[in-house]
Design a protein around this ligand. Sequence first.
Ligand code: HEM
Ligand SMILES: *[C@@H]1O[C@H](CO)[C@@H](O)[C@H](O)[C@H]1NC(C)=O
Ligand SMILES: *[C@@H]1O[C@H](CO)[C@@H](O)[C@H](O)[C@H]1NC(C)=O
Length: 360
Amino acid sequence: MAFKLLVSLLALAVVSNAGTIRKATCADGRTTANAACCVLFPILDDIQENLFDGGECGEEVHESLRLTFHDAIGFSPALTKQGKFGGGGADGSLITFAAIETPFHANGGIDDIVDAQTPFVAKHNISAGDFIQFAGAVGVSNCPGAPRLQFLLGRPDAKQASPDLLVPEPFDSVTKILARFKDAGFSPNEVVALLASHTIAAADHVDETIPGTPFDSTPNIFDSQFFIETQLKGTLFPGTAGNQGEAQSPLGGEIRLQSDADLARDSRTACEWQSFVNNQSKLQNAFKAAMAKLAVTGQDTRKLVDCSDVIPVPPPLAGSAHFPAGLNRRDVEQACRATPFPTLPTDPGPVTSVPPVPPS
Ligand code: HEM
Ligand SMILES: *[C@@H]1O[C@H](CO)[C@@H](O)[C@H](O)[C@H]1NC(C)=O
Ligand SMILES: *[C@@H]1O[C@H](CO)[C@@H](O)[C@H](O)[C@H]1NC(C)=O
């Protein structure tokens, strides 16, 4: 507490030589555009060390990114129109009202990261809504190839839990998924852009027998492999068959959601999906823009302070777009009618199975 007070007291608003750009120098010497953002540096250091295991793009980062979505998508103007409470969006209600929201079916497994983040919220002077989006943006910055996400500070505490049934399920139809996102303010192209998150992702609960099974072969890299590999013909279940919301995948050790399989093949989304293959700058820009919108869902942005410069710059992309060993363009289930699937090399070497994302 004393340290926090010190941080804010020592945060000096200074005018630069140019006289136009106002920069604040915080207690530890780091600078940011606005003195109000100084509170974030001690939180940044704490979560990099103690939540993300020293700055990894591992399980906690993946879970933290998923949490940004599950908190924010709890927002429904359609429910409000019916005179009901439609949820507060990116307001931290998943932490503040964890006892109500974590048991929702679509939030399966989210209690792990809610439990991991809650002590950090208690320890620092930050709202749960701000913390969830801040942790997501910082976490993504640990993943090579990711864009540097925007972060705005100042979400008030949630007053009420989000209603159930607003988070999409992997067994929902494309029509249902697009309608849910439209209600929350997102276009089909933005839905596809947000699903770039599944390039740094794994499932613990779709097939409970194989926890940590990733959605693409490079779950610690923010690349386009997810968009490539979801377009390949499904040939196997990596664990057991018959799980709700699971489709066959093209690779041992890789899991495919029914929703991702369908969105990759639906005429409303297939061309946008394919457009991210081997176009890293488009992938980065579209994800950054859609995440900026997601992170302030339901919030009054006029009351928020832009603290984006506190978010670290992610490492550059490692590796380049390819078909996994043993697969090639004959395995592509082309769904975009307008443009052919990009030409890609096949990874050399023997066919391998994708290893699980280790728990930490
Ligand atoms: C059509 C919409 C979506 C559906 C149906 C969906 C469904 C799922 C499911 C079923 C899982 C696996 C959970 C588990 O078994 O552990 C998952 C994981 C994940 N999702 Fe989504 N998702 C959607 C959109 C999004 C969006 C918009 C984001 C973020 C912007 C996101 C981020 C993630 C991440 C990062 C993981 C991995 C979590 C981990 O590795 O622990 N998802 N998603
Ligand atoms: C906590 O943050 C708020 C602004 O979000 C600020 O007004 C308050 O002074 C801070 N408290 C401490 C103890 O730093
Ligand atoms: C990548 O996407 C951008 C933006 O849509 C587009 O202008 C560009 O032509 C694309 N590049 C390739 C190689 O497809």
